[in-house]
Design a protein around this ligand. Structure first.
Ligand code: FAD
Ligand code: DLZ
Length: 521
């Protein structure tokens, strides 16, 4: 039965379910299409990464003797979307069916359902088996639960997979070593060098394409050193385990001026497009623990990110979509400040996180959650605006993983489906976990007035503004008891500082405002 097998840009794994049972006469379709490059205006580095990884993967399939129809973005007859390319491929031969692995985004799943209606042959959607928990497994776990907390899902996954288990007990007698993982980075600590891959001819071609066709997109294309092949990605994993993993736990929540990666793995882009698989990443970490190379707090912390958070957000996305995206529990409606695109702000922590993002299409978790996410939460940025930003700027962004993290974890738009309380923090947290405040034009110790760190009054303004919505949350009890004791004058000062901050921001003062990258694009 000749089969057309469609492989998407984040399905670059030889174990892919849609490639199983390959037979002579079948054809694999891979296509670079404008619709995917533009449905959000992806960072230039992400575009080059995805196209280069796709081209290398197709070359590998061909080397294995498989027939591949690879459509490049600049081919004259490229229709610019999956539906058009599927129709063209079907017209080019005789096929009895289309096979595809389920996609990572609701939007694309809807497209696939429309093909099932409009094409004259069966379109079979296979399970994406590259995750450690199937969607059915997650649904069974979630069924009947009032609260869907990651920690409990993670424990079940530990028991089920056997990672870091000692019989039926967690290795070291605890499920979670987070309390050991909150160290500030010592000044004299030498940070590891990171691997960077010299672009080959394929990557150079796509870089030229991106520069020509997507010049107005956010971000720096050069220097480009991302892992675009499976072999590159395996080297990144090996380097992380050898050099960074032992200290991953200690400094997992730390931030440092000008330091993008610290001890993080930087495997997310490769993982999410399929160049690595989660089980091999967890296996590598567990092996390092068993060999005595990395301590338990580091290995448990790392495995929890993959086996816990990554699997959990995927399950939650598919369980809650499509309504999830429209939730706006805090009725946030502010436009995204322009400095998210330009990095031009006097707030040193934000300027640093955005600069890293622009250069690398990467920021580590605490920058995403406690700097750019925290500011959006406190300022009340509209969910669509901040979700779009996170989808645009990171090379690892696909909606299944971006949306729960932003909508649920960072801005609490889901009203507590994912997090038990908002991750809101004042300047004191940022000062405790980073060295940003020392060089900042604002003073983190000042609570009021033009020199005070804006996170300080924005935090309390957020607490006051959302009192009706959050006061009943047991985890917010202490904060609202503090608010109850706050003098009326202090409350008025917070309101007035917040008002003048946003007036200045909107007028382009204080935090400089350049032309919006997004508007001009
Ligand atoms: P490490 O810190 O080394 O962690 C190892 C791996 O664990 C990551 O590669 C990733 O695969 C997984 N992981 C860690 N935390 C999470 C998490 N919260 N959810 C899912 N997987 C996790 N991650 C993405 O992959 N794509 C996104 O679009 C994305 N958007 C985010 C948006 C916000 C607002 C926040 C707060 C987090 C987001 N994350 C996203 C999660 C996390 O920040 C990134 O996975 C991580 O920073 C990637 O860097 P790393 O590979 O060095 O991760
Ligand atoms: C992210 C991306 C981009 C930029 N371009 C393509 C593309 O041209 N062709 C393709 O097959 N996939 C691309 N992708 C990845 C898809 O957007 C991704 O497969 C869907 O969002 C489903 O997760």
């Amino acid at each position: 039965m000749p089969t057309l097998r469609l492989v998407l840009g984040d399905q670059l794994s030889s174990s892919l379910s849609s490639l199983a049972d390959w037979q002579e006469g079948d054809m694999i379709l891979m296509c670079e299409v404008l619709e995917e490059a533009r449905y959000v205006r992806h960072h230039k580095k992400k575009l080059a990464f995805v196209f280069s990884a796709m081209r290398h993967f197709a070359e590998g399939l061909e080397r294995d003797g498989k027939a591949v129809r690879y459509v490049r973005l600049d081919e004259p007859d490229n229709t610019g979307n999956f539906t058009g390319e599927l129709r063209r491929a079907l017209a080019s031969g005789t096929f009895d069916q289309v096979v595809i692995t389920e996609p990572g985004e609701w939007r694309v799943m809807e497209m696939i359902h429309s093909w099932q209606d409009c094409l004259d042959l069966p379109v079979l959607v296979r399970e994406d088996t590259r995750f450690l928990a199937s969607l059915g497994r997650f649904e069974r776990w979630a069924d009947g639960k009032k609260q869907l907390r990651m920690e409990y899902f993670y424990r079940e996954m530990r028991r089920e997979t056997g990672y870091l288990m000692d019989g039926d007990q967690p290795e070291g007698g605890q499920w979670n070593f987070d309390k050991d993982n909150r160290r500030k980075l010592p000044k004299d600590l030498v940070l590891p060098q990171r691997l960077s891959f010299v672009p080959d001819a394929t990557t150079r071609d796509v870089m030229a394409l991106v520069e020509a066709r997507f010049k107005d997109h956010f971000g720096d294309l050069e220097p480009f050193g991302m892992p675009v092949t499976r072999n590159d990605a395996l080297q990144v994993l090996e380097h992380f385990v050898d050099v960074c993993l032992p200290q991953f736990g200690d400094y997992q929540d730390a931030m440092a001026e000008g330091e993008a990666f610290l001890f993080h793995s930087t495997v997310s882009a490769a993982l999410n497009c399929g160049l690595l698989e989660p089980c091999e990443v967890c296996d590598a970490a567990q092996t390092a623990y068993e060999a005595g190379h990395a301590p338990l707090n580091a290995v448990e912390g790392f495995i929890r990110q993959i086996l816990g958070w990554r699997e959990y957000v995927r399950g939650l996305y598919w369980l809650k979509m499509p309504d999830y995206k429209d939730l706006n529990a805090l009725e946030a409606d502010r436009a995204l400040p322009d400095f998210y695109w330009t990095g031009q702000t006097d707030m040193a922590c934000l300027a640093d996180a955005i600069s890293t993002t622009k250069t690398h299409a990467y920021a580590h978790h605490i920058q995403r959650l406690m700097i750019t996410g925290n500011f959006a939460l406190l300022a009340g940025v509209a969910p669509d605006a901040i979700n779009d930003w996170y989808m645009v700027v990171y090379a690892d962004a696909y909606e299944w993983v971006e949306l729960p993290n932003t909508h649920g974890m960072a801005i609490f738009a889901d009203g507590g489906v994912m997090a038990s309380k908002p991750y809101a923090a004042s300047g004191a947290y940022i000062d405790r976990m980073s060295d940003h405040c020392a060089g900042c034009r604002y003073k983190v110790k000042e609570k009021a007035g033009p020199d005070a760190c804006p996170f300080n009054y924005l935090y309390w303004d957020f607490v006051m503004r959302n009192e009706g919505r959050l006061k009943g949350n047991p985890r917010m009890g202490m904060i609202y008891r503090s608010l109850a004791k706050m003098a009326e004058e202090r409350r008025a000062q917070i309101k007035s500082d917040t008002k003048s901050f946003f007036e200045k921001l909107d007028a382009g003062q204080d935090v400089a405002r350049l032309s919006s990258q997004n508007d001009s694009a």
